[in-house]
Every structure is written in C-alpha cells, then in structure tokens.
Design a protein around this ligand. Sequence first.
Ligand code: NCD
Length: 320
Amino acid sequence: MKPDTISNDCQLNSSGKLIHLLGLKDLPKKHLENILDSADGLLSKNGNLKKSKALKGMSVANLFFEPSTRTRNTFEIAAKRSSANTINVDLENSATRKNETLMDTMQTLKAMQIDMFIIRHKKNGLPHHVAANIEGVAIINAGDGINAHPTQALLDMLTIRQYKQSFENLSVAIVGDVRHSRVARSGIHALKTLGTKDIRLIAPAYLLYKETTSPDLERFDNLQKGLEGVDIIMSLRLQKERMVAAEIPNEKNYFENYGITNETLKLAKPDAIVMHPGPVNRGIEVDSSVADGPQSVILKQVTNGIAVRMAAMEVLAGAL
Ligand code: NCD
C-alpha cells in the first residue's frame, strides 16, 4: 500500500478518543499536544525521567519484525517505568515461522491477556490492519515500512519544544533520504499540525518523494541553499536496506554534498539544533564533530523517546 493512501481513522473511536496510535496524519492537534504535555509531566525540571504507576497490572508486548535498538529498548524501558509487565516476543522462533498467520499470533497474544501491542513491520499499513481486526488491545505503530513512525515524530516535537519558543515561525530542514523515511513522513504531519510553514526537504532528487503530494514543501538539491537561516536540521539515515543497488549513493560523494559539517552548520541560525533519529552513520550523514558538538540534541532525543512512549502508552491505557 502507498503511504499516502493509508488511513488512520481507526485510531479514534466513535466518541473521538484515541484508542490506537498508528500515524499522525489527520491526528487532531489536541491529541498530539496531549501526548506532548503528558510526556512533559513525566520529565523533571532537569530533564530526568520520572516513574509512574499508570500501567500497573497491564502487559505490553513488543512485536518487532524489523531490527531495532533504540525504539524497541525505549519502549521496553518506558513500559517498565510506567509499571507495566513487558514481553519481547521472540519472533525469530515464534509460530509465525511455522506459517501461523499474523492475525492468529495476535489473537493468541490477546488470549494471554496482553493489553498493548507495539508493532514494527516492513509492510506499510500492517499495524493498521491489526488494529482494524482486533478488539480490546491498544496498538502502537513503532514504524511500518516507509509509512509512519508516530512516536519518533512525537519525541522529535517534544525535543523541538524544549529548545524553541513556538512551531509557527520555525524553519525546519529535513536532510537526506526523505523518500524512504517514515520518520520524515510522520515528522512533516506533526510539524504541519503544530503550525510550521517553512519545511524544507534537502536531498538529491532521487532521494526525495516520487509523489507529487505536498507541493507546499520546498525542495532543495543544494544543501547550502536549503540550510540558510534554518532553526532545525533533521538529518536522516541513508536507508540502504530500502534501496535497490543502483540507487545506493557513493558515501564519500554523499557526505561531500549532503553531510552536516561544522562548515555547513554555519549556514543555519547560530542557535540551530541538529537532530537525527539514529542510528547515525558518522561521516556519511553527519560529521562526528557535529554529532558530538554543542548544537547536537541527538542523545536528548533518545531520553525524550522514553517520556513520549510512556505518555503514549498511558494515554491509550486510559481508553482501554
Ligand atoms: C528510524 C526507523 O527505524 O525508522 N530509527 C529509529 O526509529 N530510531 C530511522 C532509521 O532507521 O533510519
């Protein structure tokens, strides 16, 4: 399924309550801000994470059909900090390998009284399909194909909110492999919902959207031009696993043209922040001196990811 054709309708129930978190496209601003505000409440003044009892007695299952380090681990840590029981389903050795259908696996887990499924899958729309076919379980999309990664975009918004006054007057540059990026798709929806008008996509043409959608986004194939005066630089990983061999750029050329270095960073505002969802390829997307430099908020994003995931699970638990 094409990302733009996937509907998130079933994440709201008939009275408008959030019952799943599948994507940020068409998610009303009040729901988005409610998760950000709840996440704020889970952070102390110095940015440390609090603990909460909101998920006590609940069970959360991590179902990661694609590799992941930070997303899977931060979901697990978040569930534990909110007092839930967690299980990491061993999909390598699970019955899906014996041809059990995915929905049968889901129904079996539900019968084990699991309240929430955190799903990552290479297929666009897979978490939406599960959500539409199961009742009494909350589904969180932890990344589906190139479609959506709502908790990543929420943690990015939380991070931006901590450094910048408002979303309305921001200039945001999204740099790199936009075409294969669920992070960029969800991020753009969130930024638009929060009122950002100046969103720039910077990449060689073949790494930009093929779709003619989002004509309102400015596209640049020149990094220097695109970075001029921006407040936020969101660098993206080159997602080689989603490219055919002929599309994979030469890394040295790519870094020379699109790498964020101390020099290119000077084109942005002096107080600009540099973000990356990780995993970072140092010396390809971002130079080490920038990734470890004073304007980098990459590790802050990781901590914020726990607060946002706690908040998202707690909001959904309230509707179960
Ligand atoms: C992203 C993902 O998996 O979509 N990473 C993440 O969630 N931390 C981005 C990426 O893999 O490039």
